[in-house]
Structures are given as structure tokens and as C-alpha cells.
Design a protein around this ligand. Sequence first.
Ligand code: PMV
Length: 332
Amino acid sequence: MSHQATAIAHSNIALIKYWGKRDEARMLPMNGSLSLTLDAFYTRTRVRFFPELGEDHVRLDGRTLEGEAARKVSRFLDRVRALKGHEWRAEVDSCNQVPTGAGLASSASAFAALAGAASAAIGLELSPRELSILARKGSGSACRSIFPGFALWQAGTDDQSSYARPVPASNLDDLVMLVVVVNSGHKGLSSREGMRRTVATSPFYPAWVEHAERDLERMRIAVLEGDFTRIGTLAESSAMRMHATMLSAEPPFCYWEGGSLLAMNLVRQLRDEGHECYFTMDAGPNVKIIAREATVPRLRAALGEHFGEEALITARPGPGLRIEDAEAPECR
Ligand code: PMV
């Protein structure tokens, strides 16, 4: 009998951000968040458990992971082993269709795919909610990548009540996220460290939490009603408020680069000219523009002039986690 499975999960970008943990060990967030899963960025992961293997082996994009990165995967596999009651070690092969560490949420697709592949390979039959809870423990935002389209991660009060679920949407099939890759290199401060410092030192942090919960409910309704203007306005405010907590931390930090500011200004300018679009940003310098399909050619032309066509990735609502019958993933 083969103990193997391959899973694909897509990354997601939060419209209402998650920033800060209430409980680091259990990965419970301070506030709820709401995201859009995207078609353009995904991770394909194969997990093979071998009863006779001495230790886990993890390959990412064809290279063997070492040190803390490998241990993080092993600790995650320990959770899966504990759920099943097996000691088996595994070989993990993972391919990212996401520029790793560039603020394009590679950890979200990575841990969602790992949760799916590892649980299936070891013979667990988990519900989407159980998969969301499991993925959360690898990387918070991963709990949202279990689902297609819009997903809401409720903060919850304990391990079993903190998970994501799909959010009903209307008239948003033509929603697009145009990603402006300002810098695809690895980011400086991890989101984990950034969150820790912000929660511990920013005087703005309590205000962030208070507004995030209120905005989350507003966003849920805007998505339900298909109110694009409201979605964009709320998303932009959520991102700006999150970054304000970083600027006000001690010592302060900032993920923006010159190109990020240029992209944000271009979005405002295009909007003033009647091309409705909004921006959001995460723990990296890249800017994601929220728009509708009909506006994309104009946006690509305007942004392309400054950043080049190759720096622009048009992403659309993407699928949730799925298990594949494939052999080892081939990294491109
Ligand atoms: O789950 P993490 O550690 O990748 O943190 C994600 C944090 C943000 O991307 C900045 C916001 C979010 O909700 O995805």
C-alpha cells in the first residue's frame, strides 16, 4: 500500500488583514480576516510516508531544506502523525508557483498544500474545517487557502474555533488582482517577527484590533452584496492601518520601497481619472491592485510604463485545496 498523496493549494491575499497573534503556540490571531484565493500563485506538494524512514526529508523547488525551515515542516508533520497515531517519517517534495518570501503569501499556499497532502497520505479524512485548523498551525494565513474565492478566518477563542470558511459573494466573478512585483527578492523581517514586535510595542495596536473586527463585518457584507467600491475602499484602509502599526512599532519598520509608493500613487491617479481600482499590501514591497476585468488593459498600460510588463501579474479568483493523482511535482 502506498502512503502518498499530492495536493495543490493556491495563495490568498487578505482584503481585511490578519496582523498579530493572541496565542503564538496555538496560532490564534488577534483579529479575524477576509481574503481572496488567487489562481495565479500556487504550491504543489507531494508527501510520501515510509514506515522505515529515519527522518523527514523536505525538498522545495528541487533543493533540500535545512535548518529551521526543515524543522518547521517536521513540526507540522508531527501534528499530522499525532492525529493518526503513527511515527512514520516522510519525504516531502514541494514546488512553488509563487515568488517565495516576496510578500505574495507563499507560506499560505505552502502550508495549505502540506496539510492536504500529508493528511491524505497518512490516511486521515479531514473535513475542510479540520484542514483549515491544521493548516493554520503551519502559517496563520494558510487556513484561508483551503477555500476557493473569498474566505473569512474567524479569530475564535481556542484551537477548535479559529478556522476559515467560504464567504458567499455576488457579481464579483470579474474581480481581478493585478500584482505589481516591485521586488521579488526575499523580504527582511518575517511576518512572525513583525507581528510580535508590533503587538508588543505599537501604541496604535489596540486601535488596529478594534477597527479590524468592525471592518471585517463590513467587508463580509460588501462581498455578499457585490459592492466593489466598498470592497476596495475597505481593503485599502485595512492595509494602510496595518502598515501604520508597523511604522509606530519600536523600533519602527516598513516593508514599502520606492516602487511601492509609486504604484500606490499611480492607483490613486488612475482612480481620479475614473478607472476604479484600489491597492493592498502585505509583509513585503509588492503592491496588489484590486480592479475589475474591464479596467485591466488600462491599468497594465499605466503600470507597465513604470515597472515593465514582466513585473505585472494578473490574478483572478482561484480554486480551493485539491488532491491530485499526480506523480512527483515537476518544478518549473
Ligand atoms: O500567516 P502569515 O505569517 O503569512 O501572515 C500573513 C500576514 C499578512 O499577509 C500581512 C496579512 C494576511 O492576512 O495575510
